[in-house]
Design a protein around this ligand. Sequence first.
Ligand code: TXA
Ligand code: MG
Length: 324
Amino acid sequence: MRVDLSQAIHLLQQGEVVAIPTETVYGLAADATNDEALRKIFATKQRPADHPLIVHISDIAQAEHWATDFSSKARQLAEFFWPGALTLVLPAKASVSRVVRGGESTVALRVPHHPLTLDLLKRGQLSVAAPSANLYTQLSPTTAEHVEAGLGEAIPVLDGGPCQVGIESTIVHILPDGSWQLLRPGMISAADIAAVIGPMSDTRSAQSSEKVSLPKVPGQHLLHYSPRTPLSLFNDKSTLQQAYLTLHKRQKSCAALLIGDGPAPACALVSLPAEPVIVAERLYSALHELDALGVDELLVELPPDLPEWAAVRDRLSRAGYQKT
Ligand code: TXA
Ligand code: MG
């Protein structure tokens, strides 16, 4: 069910869930201060209750309501990248709902870069928890249509058009001593972060007195972001082509996702230019499209193992099994 901005604000203020656009993927939002509303997110997604949620705030000033220690490193990153596809995991204030923290002592914060959602947060004076608006472990949505296809027509959706970044935000854990760890790669790279606050800490050499247990990151589970169709990954077009021929001989149907120019199998396919930003933007759409064909298997070409492809490779390797 499509809703407009005022309806979305009203529903959120009433403790309902609403799917909202962000620049990364669509989020399934609920008032981050309302435990009953937050529980509806877990129920709708069929997501385990101990998985924490990202709190979306309207500006940097809101961060102090959630984090005890908005340290200089966190502030530097926020000032540089917000609004944007960067989530900061910080020590949580005691007042932050345990439901949103999934029982952790930290809270994840981000200011999303989407005009409609920034308007919603400001006009509604809201902070919303929002995981991706899909069923647990399935493909993330980058359009309102994807949300409806995955969660059903009854979910209220604020349509903000297709997402521009296309894959989930980078998650950075800032420790009390100012060191940092990358919990999930995204289009803001580890090198981009290091350019602002210095190199990532080496966890093995951390002082024992300063050891902090790593929070759980359900996005790091294998078999996340998966289409319904079995998906196999290939390092190059020739091994993918061989797999296609084998399937063809066994009278199995397939569809392929290719990156860059080169020989293509004679099946349904989506071919994306070898540009990380473009592949990220179109990745989930391409997978949704190929998944909808109802073929026996999806054959997906992995981009090269280079830093600029880290986020795309991370999502793809969780969506499927690699054939070596
Ligand atoms: O781009 C995004 O981040 C999207 C849009 C909607 O903002 N959201 C998203 O949410 O990807 P979700 O729930 O699918 O992934 C949230 C990730 C999970 O891996 C979770 O573990 C981590 O954020 N996270 C949330 N709160 C955390 C916390 N307190 N400590 C550690 N990790 C946390
Ligand atoms: Mg997700």
